[in-house]
Write a protein that binds this ligand. Structure first.
Ligand code: NAD
Length: 317
């Protein structure tokens, strides 16, 4: 299969590209290497793909509609996995325009290009943060998700809705996968596994909101990639599907696991909790199991151990 992946040089994208190439697909790896975090890290993530005979690298911005149309016309991808975005909930506060331009505007350029050439399946990276402060636990896809707590989840929810419109009007197969707190080797430097590990090593203070009494449903990268590939292989009309583990963990317990791996204590503080932060993320994965045969394999301790091995090899040296 000929698959276009946006955000291919990022954390999730680089793992996905590798797995698809391993199984024999052709990959068009698109990224603009923005500097939200060190672009050198992104180039490193995908450097081994450059000489792969079935991988084409495109350095392009999804906000540039003309270039996107040209790439689609020339490469004619059969399917699209759209991961490129500004992530990060808190960074989005005060940056609604940026998130609208990139996360919504860029996505619409891709939907248009996909419609134009008749892409068979469009898989979109959405987020658990669309659930906001919902009282319905675990988070289930039938929740209205109409009270996003920051521009980032609002932008993702907007694209989920636009995906429906493209499905309805143009027959595009569109699956939005709501990822829950993804972690693992190459994990983003702005996410807690990296921040906690790095702060312990560098003996810096770490802020835990609500005294660490927040719960997060951590999902290992390989499980997420399994879910993405299952969605890619199975056009389903229009669906919203959670990809989580279904086991929320208290932040204090999460920090303790990392402390044991690193062999040092963290220096903790308790800053005020921003309005953008829900107390819990907790995936109901019944739908993913049913539609995608999704079955997450990696417990948090195992996954963090692999993250720590990667950190020692790639970040500490
Ligand atoms: N990591 C998580 O826990 C998590 C959770 C929920 C949702 N997601 C979503 O999954 C996707 C991938 O996340 P990630 O953790 O791999 O993030 P990442 O930041 O590592 O990867 C995103 C990639 O997109 C690229 N990009 C950004 N804007 C672009 C543009 N305008 N044109 C082309 N490329 C652009 C970036 O350079 C980056 O390489 C994102 O859409 C994110 O919102 C991630």
């Amino acid at each position: 299969m000929q698959i276009l992946i946006t955000g291919a040089a990022g954390f999730i994208g680089s793992h996905l590209c590798e797995r698809l190439l391993e199984r024999g697909d052709r990959v068009i790896a698109l990224d603009n290497f923005n500097d939200y975090y060190d672009p050198a890290r992104k180039r490193e993530n995908i450097h081994q793909l450059h000489n792969h005979p079935r991988c084409i690298s495109c350095e392009a911005d999804i906000c540039d509609g003309e270039t996107i149309n040209r790439i689609f016309a020339e490469q004619r991808p059969e399917t699209v996995v759209h991961l490129a975005a500004y992530g990060a909930v808190r960074y989005s506060i005060g940056r609604a325009k940026l998130y609208t331009d990139v996360n919504i505007g860029g996505s619409i350029n891709l939907l248009e290009a996909a419609r134009e050439i008749g892409v068979k399946n469009f898989v979109f990276a959405s987020t658990s943060s669309v659930y906001g402060n919902t009282q319905r636990l675990p988070f289930v896809e039938t929740d209205p998700c109409n009270q996003p707590l920051a521009p980032y989840p609002a932008s993702k929810r907007a694209v989920e809705l636009m995906g429906y419109t493209y499905h309805h009007l143009h027959g595009l197969n569109f699956t939005a996968l709501r990822f829950f707190n993804v972690y693992g080797p190459r994990g983003r430097p702005d996410m807690m596994p990296f921040i906690v590990t790095d702060s312990i090593i560098k003996q810096r203070e770490i802020g835990l909101f609500n005294g660490g009494q927040m719960q997060r449903d951590w999902t290992y990268i390989d499980d997420i990639v399994d879910g993405i590939i299952a969605a890619l292989d199975k056009p389903v009309g229009y669906e919203l599907i959670n990809l989580g583990r279904g086991e929320p963990v208290l932040m204090t317990d999460f920090v303790q696991i990392i402390e044991r791996l690193v062999g040092h204590k963290a220096m903790l503080s308790t800053p005020p909790t921003p309005l953008s932060e829900p107390k819990i993320t907790f995936a109901d994965i019944v739908k993913a199991r049913r539609l995608l045969d999704y079955n997450p394999q990696t417990p948090l301790k195992t996954g963090l151990c692999r993250f720590w091995e990667w950190y020692q090899q790639e970040v500490m040296d």
